[in-house]
Design a protein around this ligand. Sequence first.
Ligand SMILES: *[C@@H]1O[C@H](CO)[C@@H](O)[C@H](O)[C@H]1NC(C)=O
Ligand SMILES: *[C@@H]1O[C@H](CO)[C@@H](O)[C@H](O)[C@H]1NC(C)=O
Ligand SMILES: *[C@@H]1O[C@H](CO)[C@@H](O)[C@H](O)[C@H]1NC(C)=O
Ligand SMILES: *[C@@H]1O[C@H](CO)[C@@H](O)[C@H](O)[C@H]1NC(C)=O
Length: 457
Amino acid sequence: MHQRVRGLSLTGKIALVVLSLIPIYYISYQIQLADLAWLPRWPTSRVDTTTFAHQWLETELLDPFDRTPIRAYCASSSWRPNLIFNVPSPIGGFGNIRARLLDFVFFAIEAGAAIVLPGMIIRSEVDIHDIWSGSHGNFSFMFDEDHFIRSMADACPQMRIHKLWEVERAVTTVEGIYPPRSRRVDIGGEACSWAASSEQLDRWLSDRDVDNNTLTMINVDHTIWEVDTLSLPEGFRENFPMVLRTSLETRRYAGLVMANLASKHELDIKASDELHQEAFYGAHLRTESDTVAAGWFLPPTELEYGVDFTAQTDAYLAHATQNRLQAMYVATGNETEFDRFVEKAANYVPPIEILSKWTLLNSSDAEALSKLHWDQQALVDYEVMMKCSVFGGFAKSSFSFGIAVARNAWLEGHGRPIGHAWRMKEIDPHVAYDDGLSRILGRNQLNEEKCPRGCWP
Ligand SMILES: *[C@@H]1O[C@H](CO)[C@@H](O)[C@H](O)[C@H]1NC(C)=O
Ligand SMILES: *[C@@H]1O[C@H](CO)[C@@H](O)[C@H](O)[C@H]1NC(C)=O
Ligand SMILES: *[C@@H]1O[C@H](CO)[C@@H](O)[C@H](O)[C@H]1NC(C)=O
Ligand SMILES: *[C@@H]1O[C@H](CO)[C@@H](O)[C@H](O)[C@H]1NC(C)=O
């Protein structure tokens, strides 16, 4: 035996030492686990609401934000110092706007263009189906402007970001709307290469007599989920969307909602969790009046299937029970619908507690939040849903898909098998997506066509 050991290489000897230590580590690990069981999950008495909220907001689902892949990507683009991209008036709720802005900033990176800090059309609160005719909101209506400017300066320093009022007078604005092509999957079938799209941009500009020496602004078509995100270099797809963060004001409410959920309910929720794994179900109850106006509940076809209040709530309750979750956070922009759900769940066995931002915020915070716009209130739900244990959403909603796809990136990041999330419909034709962490009910042809490749996490 001694002879054999002496005969071993250095690596062999190290391996032998390591192997003999394993049982010791194993035993001390077991002891540590036993020790930890004595600790309270969250020392309620010592951590106040504000501290919890603050810590909770510091941890994001897809942490850490790695700027390296974005830096590399921006460095590989060919920058045009005199070209500015502007996206006039993107429309829709948060799911739409977020997707449109990410597509837009991505196309600008591809073109090597500066951008005008985008804004959006604010939905009418009198008729929430009207997303077209409202006034213009600036970037900070939904997003954290400082975070975006700082993150881009760090991750993509080549790109300049202008305010519209700063450049409006100083630039030549070209007539027409430029249709970006790079990595688009909706035109021509194949994802368009960088070189081909750069040539197409050169042609588009020279057709309009734009030279490279004049500061020029062009209006860019707004698209949603048109970039083949799966063709991007590793790390870019997951990290690039993190430059967009919901506004500080609404994030603050999300932090408080979670602090109250953690302190008032016996749930396993730590402020430092990227995702609260066995705590609560997140249900996106998408039945507000605009869904009816948009025809989401028309008679079903093979590719379209609307899920009404009864079917959504039935499915969410069953799905939560199946996952042994007894608390359900409901995201909805309609309090009457929420009350209906509470009433329905009261008779449900096993009992499930139904919660919302309105039940979890204290009276003064709830009142302050109620003064914000309908679409801003939804941002609180977005932040909470991102980290819920199991998520249930609706296939007609880009908001639902945005959440599911981000959570799927978390799954991938944790080496958990994804399975056949998009092929769930082969088993249940009324479910568009299910990866174990998120299930999307109903069917929608457009979203199901675009999202698998086009959705940003
Ligand atoms: C952006 O809009 C908000 C109101 O939604 C306003 O308070 C703020 O001043 C605006 N910022 C700029 C730069 O226009
Ligand atoms: C303008 O710059 C771009 C990118 O550097 C280049 O591809 C293009 O040929 C230039 N156009 C002209 C007219 O010089
Ligand atoms: C809210 O739901 C009720 C039915 O529960 C409906 O009558 C009302 O129009 C809805 N309002 C909005 C803004 O969704
Ligand atoms: C609600 O909580 C906030 C902290 O977010 C606190 O400042 C405020 O005093 C509380 N209001 C009530 C009525 O408890």
